[in-house]
Design a protein. Sequence first.
Length: 329
Amino acid sequence: MDSNTDISAENIVRLEAELQQAKAEIKALRDSQRDWWALLENTTDFIYIKDEKHRFTCTSRVFASLTGYENWHSLVGKTDFDVFPHEHASRYFQYEMLVIAEGKSLLNHEEPYYSIEGELRWVSSSKQPVLDDSGNIVGLVGISKDITDVKRYKAKIEGMAKYDQLTGAYNRYTFQDLGAQMLAAAKRQNQSVALLFIDLDNFKQVNDCYGHDSGDRLLVDFTNVLRSCTREADIIARLGGDEFVALTYTGQHSCDGNRLAERIIHAFHQIPFVRQAELNISCSVGIASFPDDASSLTELLSCADNAMYDAKRRGKGRCANFLVGSFQG
């Protein structure tokens, strides 16, 4: 009797302990679930879970809002093709196949999407396969963070390093890089290239008489002149101040550089400010040819620069070709 009573007491103590442990586990599970739902409700990131057929099973509130639904329950059973433009859904599906079909992970993968307002934006997405107890892939979980502002800032920084900030033309450093590539390509293809070195005559008077804003506007207008006179394959750049250069393929016709120079000079005088200003504003152009005058970009630039000063000595507002031996000594 006493023995049975002791055993029963031990069982009661054990059962009580197991019950307390179960309660603690249930509480922990509920707390975990509460935290999980709180995360999905309040996060600004796009979180989503999909099954093996790419159907949504759960998402964050902000993701549901992005797709036009009030809550994630309305997304259950739908795929990207039901809620996103086809070109974007196809892209998502292509890469998510690597996760669901092959068990690979996607980390910091950039993807496009449209905001509610229709603005094209970008996210950085990380996606992992979801496994069952047997290790089989049963879906994926993903989180996407909007990086549009970061991409824009990066593009701005890259643009500052590549382009002249006032005119939008290439800067000196980009010109040196692209120019060297152009000459190398011309050499391989047995082509000729003309370099035009352009300087605005009496530009300082524009700043002195009309102010720097007018001078800046003229530089921008002249850059547009260069764009309108050159071809897409040509390279135009602002070296600094009022000095510009243009690189153009001339094929077998060395006079092509001169024709371009004449077009630029003529177009410059059609700029409204130039026509209206009570100043003698013009542009002088020096022309040098690769490979006839120089074998490198540095030499070519020096030859065209010398030719430009020759044009100024002849009265400005004209073009001049580099002549070998003319500027020695």
